[in-house]
Design a protein around this ligand. Structure first.
Ligand SMILES: Cc1ncc(COP(=O)(O)O)c(C=O)c1O
Length: 376
């Protein structure tokens, strides 16, 4: 059966505009250079890479990589509780497709990365529970509870959230787990932006460590700036779901890149240094954005992101955000993502603040706003 999946709008837009000079939309942390990563390699990884044969790699992921991911989570997650994929996107597809049947129902908190809502909606009935700007993008527990049905199989969360940059509190996370546990419902938690909390005191425990039916999604691309490695994973206490997911993954890719797996091991072994340098860029960019939103409060407002490296400001103008984004692309060559890309209503647009190029993008953005103020 052909899955009724709509076009994947962020990638389509990116394919059209990725040559623009100002990628103000960017959704991952500052890219890490291969040479820089290689300089962090320890003897064990060097030795493995020296004698690496480029036949197929182990199907579920190299044991060294599985062990590093497991220690990144801590107990009760062990290497056998981890399944790796070529990227988080493959992880979402394999996991949700193996979890959901056409008679099931899914509850999805939106806005979110499009596959998290489009895929369940293509397989079964799915109820979207929308975060609201007026609530500071905070989850409304009662709305989530009301969306549950007798056949609800999974609650899909994305926290830290993209595109809003919001983060649920530990208390809300506990309440969600308690409610899902009572109903025997899985929680699929896209945590790809975890570790980039602006205040690390707000970092949540991975769902896989606190809920026996919790599935945590992680990846190298977002906090590590290593999207080119294409290494993603899920962690889960339940072996059956990992095996079912692996079955589906095997139809998409036999294994990961053998070389990338060792670079991912190096990144995980050096995560404190790598992520703190990435967070530093986010924090200094955030200071510039704070000034901007204060100065331009008549035209823009936002809920200041708590985590990740993206935010979702609101354009306060008679101009539609699509037209605004188009003019920015056609004029100074600045790429932002209008809310329609996330199938979300309202005059919101996504910007990224994880890159060292952001101050320059913001400068050009500010100049454009100053010269076009009369038409906004
Ligand atoms: C919230 C979220 N989840 C998953 C993904 C997929 O990650 P990757 O492209 O590294 O597979 C993305 C990518 O933008 C994302 O923003």
């Amino acid at each position: 059966m052909k899955l009724p999946l709509p076009p994947f709008l962020p990638e389509l837009r990116l394919a059209k505009y990725e040559k623009l000079p100002h990628l103000f939309y960017a959704s991952s942390a500052e890219p890490y250079a291969l040479r820089e990563l290689e300089s962090l390699q320890d003897d064990e990884v060097c030795e493995q890479l020296d004698r690496l044969e480029l036949g197929y790699a182990p199907t579920g992921g190299h044991p060294m990589l599985l062990a590093e991911i497991a220690s990144h989570y801590g107990a009760p997650i062990a290497a056998e509780n981890v399944q790796t994929f070529p990227g988080a996107q493959t992880g979402i597809f394999s996991t949700l497709s193996s979890l959901l049947d056409r008679d099931d129902h899914a509850v999805v908190v939106s806005p979110c990365y499009p596959s998290l809502e489009n895929l369940p909606a293509a397989i079964c009935e799915a109820t979207r529970v929308q975060l609201r700007y007026e609530r500071q993008w905070e989850i409304d527990l009662d709305e989530i509870k009301a969306a549950f049905r007798a056949n609800t199989k999974v609650l899909i969360l994305n926290s830290p959230n993209a595109p809003t940059g919001s983060l649920i509190s530990a208390e809300t996370q506990e309440q969600l787990v308690e409610f899902a546990r009572e109903r025997g419902v899985w929680i699929f938690s896209d945590e790809v932006y975890r570790m980039l909390e602006l205040d690390s005191a707000h970092r949540l425990p991975p769902i896989a460590t606190i809920y026996e039916k919790g599935i945590s999604l992680g990846v190298m691309s977002k906090p590590f700036g290593l999207g080119g490695l294409q290494i993603g994973w899920i962690a889960c206490q339940n072996r059956e779901i990992l095996e079912a997911t692996a079955q589906l993954k095997n139809y998409m890719a036999v294994c990961n890149s053998a070389v990338a797996e060792f670079h991912a091991v190096t990144a995980l072994r050096n995560k404190a240094a790598i992520i703190s340098s990435r967070r530093q860029i986010c924090l200094s960019n955030m200071a510039l954005l704070d000034d901007f939103f204060e100065k331009y409060a008549d035209l823009f407002e936002w809920v200041r992101p708590k985590s990740g490296c993206v935010g979702f400001p609101k354009l306060k103008s008679k101009l539609s955000v699509e037209e605004f984004a188009q003019q920015l692309a056609d004029g100074p060559g600045i790429l932002v993502m209008p809310a329609s890309v996330f199938d979300f209503p309202g005059n919101f647009f996504r910007i990224g603040f994880g890159r060292s190029t952001m101050p320059r993008s913001l400068e050009r953005f500010t100049e454009w706003v100053d010269t076009h103020r009369h038409s906004l």
